[in-house]
Design a protein around this ligand. Structure first.
Ligand code: GLA
Length: 393
């Protein structure tokens, strides 16, 4: 692979939106087991990533997470919920999967656990020796240490960690997480493989649209910056059973209609986004798996050309994305932003094609016919028409 990693967007699972501060060795192993047992791995999901809260927290009363944050040599210590990191990553690797970790360049992570500030070189080595293949590097408390708000200060912590990762004898994907500051999409590729473009996804509804629409439509604006090895990251796929950040692990089913869930996955795939599921792997139901594991839909995300869909149209009613694919076809997503089912016309003239075209419905995995000039169909409220179009020769 040389120095080129993440030639297609990374796919996997992350602990955050389901386990929050409750993350442990056990839930992580379960996630790896389930990635295989559910069949997700067969569709390309491979990273099993822990998020915040695996380290120790200075001053914490709870003995499971308290205690010294580093040993006498300065090595970062995991908390007691992670008795042996290397044994755990070996377990994940033995299944043919990859392991990811998380830390902040600041003195503390967003949840107040130990950060890397001043120990970047040693921490990079510790992660590599611990068998990690993916690092999410989350700004969190770094603002206290940054010299200012100018671009050079925003870039600095990521340049430092990138340099350390380059020096390792291990391939580690670098996932920047700093919520889009300093227009990170313009420079993220200099220091990483993917970068969050916005704040956290959350479960709230924005106006009447679910939160993923707001985040997705912002992320979509940066389409021109994505390419193989360099991806805009609009945060995780949050469907199925999700956790509660504040309570003792109470779970709830995501409050999205089936049509909204198809729209969510479609938008992420059109945007060549990292496909990182962050719900409960043990409670994966048939519908959630069906959304996560439609190979024709995933193929849009993982297309080797590595283009992100461009925004062709955005009105109060309609959001239209078009992604050029390697074989010369186009993936088209027409999103209905209204609260009612509506008929939409997909005009060839708008998406840069002419003449007879073969249209395939990707969710249903079936051709809908050969059309000239336009394709017209009804789209459900907040739902999507996701098609792939080939010129009919
Ligand atoms: C930030 C990140 C989230 C998550 C939390 C963990 O909010 O954006 O994705 O990693 O920190 O504390």
């Amino acid at each position: 692979m040389g120095n080129q990693l993440a030639l297609t967007p990374p796919m996997g699972w992350n602990s955050w939106y389901i386990h929050y501060h409750r993350v442990s060795d056990q839930v992580r192993r379960q996630a790896a087991d389930q990635m295989i047992a559910s069949g997700m791995a067969d569709y390309g999901y491979q990273y099993v990533n822990i998020d915040d809260c695996w380290m120790r927290k200075e001053g914490a009363d709870d003995p499971e997470i308290g205690g010294p944050i580093r040993d006498t040599d300065g090595r970062l210590l995991p908390n007691q919920r992670f008795p042996e990191m290397k044994v755990m990553t070996n377990y994940i690797h033995a299944k043919g999967l990859k392991a990811g970790t998380y830390i902040s360049p600041g003195p503390q992570t967003c949840q107040g656990f130990a950060g890397s500030f001043g120990y970047e070189a040693l921490d990079a080595v510790t992660f590599a020796e611990g068998g990690f293949d993916f690092l999410k590097y989350d700004w969190c408390s770094y603002g206290q240490k940054a010299g200012g708000k100018e671009l050079m200060h925003l870039k600095k912590p990521y340049q430092v960690m990138w340099a350390e990762l380059q020096g390792l004898k291990r391939d580690v994907v670098h996932n920047l997480c700093q919520y889009g500051m300093g227009e990170v999409w313009k420079w993220g590729a200099e220091v990483g493989h993917c970068w969050r473009t916005t704040g956290d996804l959350g479960l709230e509804k924005a106006d009447s649209l679910p939160g993923f629409y707001r985040i997705g439509m912002k992320n979509a604006e940066h389409w021109a910056y994505a390419h193989p090895g360099a991806w805009n990251d609009p945060d995780y796929i949050l469907i199925g059973w999700v956790g509660d950040a504040h309570q003792l692990g109470e779970e709830k089913a995501i409050n999205l209609t089936p049509e909204e869930q198809y729209a969510y996955m479609s938008m992420w795939c059109l945007m060549a986004a990292p496909l990182i599921y962050s719900g409960d792997m043990v409670e994966l139901d048939a519908f959630t798996l069906n959304v996560l594991c439609n190979h024709e839909v995933i193929e849009v995300d993982q297309d080797p050309l590595g283009k992100q869909a461009r925004i062709v149209k955005k009105t109060d009613a309609e959001f239209l994305l078009v992604k050029d694919l390697e074989d010369g076809s186009k993936a088209v997503g027409l999103f209905n932003l209204t609260n009612n089912a509506r008929k939409f016309k997909l005009l060839w003239s708008e998406i840069g094609i002419t003449g007879k075209q073969r249209v395939r419905d990707l969710w249903r995995q079936r051709d809908v016919g050969i059309f000239n000039e336009l394709y017209e169909t009804e789209v459900s409220p907040h739902g999507v028409l996701l098609v792939r179009i080939w010129p009919k020769l």
